[in-house]
Each structure stands twice: as structure tokens, then as C-alpha cells.
Write a protein that binds this ligand. Structure first.
Ligand code: S3P
Length: 178
């Protein structure tokens, strides 16, 4: 890798801003960005919603783990943005940790709800009471996100530029080259 520059992996709940933050961070750090959901969609030639519909959540999770297993450390630093459910499997948390520095974008249920109101691309949130579902899922997941994370940045009420600034500061504090 570029000297000792480690990969950066963005984790967090749906709507926590992984994609937006990933784009800004990749400009700032001048490195490539890959979104694992998009990689799966490209590989499969269909949307995440279609995969959930035909193979269920478990089928999708298998594909997520397979993809993670095949992500190699490249010569250059890379930013990965992964699906909100990726850190749920123990095996995935281990693979993410091996791949680079894991940054958890922590969002409250209210932030997620506001950002994703009306979104139809997340199969898990196509329910009668999305806010309640977000609260339930976040309660179950929070501990696992924290377990996977090297850095935690709270995103509530922050603009992407502020989130990126805080990530950069945290990386520096960890002695990472930025
Ligand atoms: C999921 C998050 C989604 C996508 C899939 C499942 C989850 O990714 O992987 O719909 O379980 O939280 P984003 O976090 O990018 O929305």
C-alpha cells in the first residue's frame, strides 16, 4: 500500500451517509472508492431489492460475505463503503478488520428516518412503521457496529464536510497518514 496508508472502510446503518461521506473522503484523500452494494449489483446484474425478493435476506448476506472474502489489499489505499448489514456476521467483522481501518458513522433512528423517508430501495424498511423498524434494527446492531469499529463518528445534524473533517482528525490521532 502507499507507504503505510491503510484502507478505510465505512460502516453504519442505512442512511448514515456512507456513500456521500465516501465520495468526499475519496476526494480529500485522493484515493479510489468502492461501494460493496454496487459491486454486488454489478456482479449479479440486478438490484439489491431483486436479490432480497428472490433469495431473501440470507441469500443476499451470503453474497456479501463472498464479496468481502475476495476483497484484497491493493497497492494503493482504497475506501470501501459497505452495506448497513455487513458488520452483522462475525466473519464479516473479522474480514473488515483485516481489510483496513473501520469507521462507524453513527446515526440516530430519527436521523435515519428523516433521510430515508419515501425511499424504496431498502427492502428492510418497506414496512408499515419504518421508524419503529429502524429503532429495532439499530438497537440490535449498535453493539456489533461498535465492535467492528476502530473509529466512531456521530453524524447527527452534521454536514458531510464536518463528518469528513472528524474522520480525518481521528485518523491523524491514530497515527494514520492522511
Ligand atoms: C442493508 C443495507 C443496504 C443494503 C441492503 C441491506 C441493511 O445498504 O445492503 O438493503 O441490512 O442494513 P445501505 O446501508 O448502503 O443502504
Amino acid at each position: 500500500m502507499d507507504g503505510q496508508k491503510k484502507n478505510i472502510i465505512l460502516i453504519g446503518f442505512m442512511g448514515s451517509g456512507k456513500t456521500t461521506t465516501g465520495i468526499s473522503l475519496s476526494y480529500k484523500l485522493q484515493c479510489a472508492l468502492a461501494d460493496t452494494d454496487k459491486m454486488i449489483e454489478r456482479q449479479e446484474g440486478r438490484s439489491i431489492s431483486d436479490i432480497f425478493a428472490s433469495e431473501g435476506e440470507e441469500g443476499f448476506r451470503e453474497k456479501e460475505t463472498e464479496l468481502l472474502k475476495n476483497l484484497k489489499k491493493n497497492a494503493h489505499r482504497q475506501i470501501y463503503s459497505v452495506g448497513g448489514g455487513t458488520p452483522l456476521r462475525e466473519e464479516n467483522r473479522r474480514l473488515l478488520g483485516k481489510l483496513g481501518i473501520v469507521v462507524y458513522l453513527k446515526a440516530s433512528p430519527e436521523t435515519v428516518y428523516e433521510r430515508l423517508k419515501g425511499d424504496v430501495s431498502r427492502p428492510l424498511l418497506q414496512v408499515k412503521d419504518p421508524l419503529e423498524e429502524i429503532q429495532t434494527l439499530l438497537r440490535k446492531r449498535e453493539e456489533l457496529y461498535l465492535e467492528a469499529a476502530d473509529i466512531v463518528v456521530c453524524v447527527d445534524e452534521k454536514k458531510p464536510a464536518q463528518v469528513v473533517k472528524e474522520i480525518m482528525e481521528a485518523l491523524r490521532q491514530k497515527g494514520e497518514e492522511v
